[in-house]
Ligand binder design. Structure first.
Ligand SMILES: [Cu+2]
Length: 202
């Protein structure tokens, strides 16, 4: 019978090569030898549109997850992506309405809005239930990892190609392991503020 004592924790610390903590990096732990795993039926996540911004900027989800896109602004948005992992365009909708998209393929899904060019966010679709996003201190942890060996990867929307392999980590039952990853960025661009591109509300 599984108990908490059969699970360990992976601590991750991500920084740039000059030692600055890197937030918004997605850390994934994939059981060695396991095929990509689909989320439990009914798995949900939320990507909000508010004050002409997406929130959060980076949203990791396990493949098979349905993401809701509620609009909390008093004007309309139209969310789309041209990504190979998921190409879609929601209908134009206003305050207190929502659309949903199910992400069934691993990969990076950059989001935009047809009305507000400044809006940008990323859905990162992974084939494992074990993932976390780093906070401002560049750290986070993945708890409740069954004992075993995991391939640990880190992804950031602004990373240079070839970055983010943290190697294989052994997690002992009720043990802790720590990975420290340096990630080189090609730029450090976040989501631009409203009004950076257009001044109109629709
Ligand atoms: Cu918009």
């Amino acid at each position: 019978m599984g108990t908490a004592s059969q699970a360990g924790t992976l601590n991750a610390k991500v920084s740039t090569p000059d030692g600055k903590p890197l937030a918004m990096a997605v850390v994934t732990a994939i059981p060695v030898g396991a095929a990509p795993a689909v989320a439990k039926p009914g798995s949900k996540a939320v990507m909000v549109q508010a004050s002409k911004q997406f929130m959060p900027f980076v949203l990791p989800v396990q493949m098979g997850t349905t993401v809701e896109f509620p609009n909390r602004d008093p004007f309309r948005h139209q969310v789309y992506s041209f990504s190979p992992a998921k190409t879609f365009e929601l209908k134009l909708y206003g305050s207190a309405e929502s659309g949903t998209v199910t992400f069934d393929k691993e990969g990076v899904v950059p989001l935009g809005c047809n009305i507000h060019d400044n809006m940008l966010a990323y859905i990162y679709v992974v084939g494992t239930p074990y993932f976390a996003v780093t906070a401002d201190a560049g750290e986070n942890k993945i708890a409740d990892l069954p004992a075993g060996r995991y391939t640990v990867n880190v992804w950031h929307p602004n990373q240079k190609a070839g970055q983010g392999q943290a190697g294989v980590v052994q997690i002992a039952a009720s043990g802790e392991a720590t990975v420290t990853v340096q990630m080189e960025l090609k730029r450090n661009r976040g989501q631009r503020k409203p009004g950076a591109v257009d001044e109109n509300e629709y």
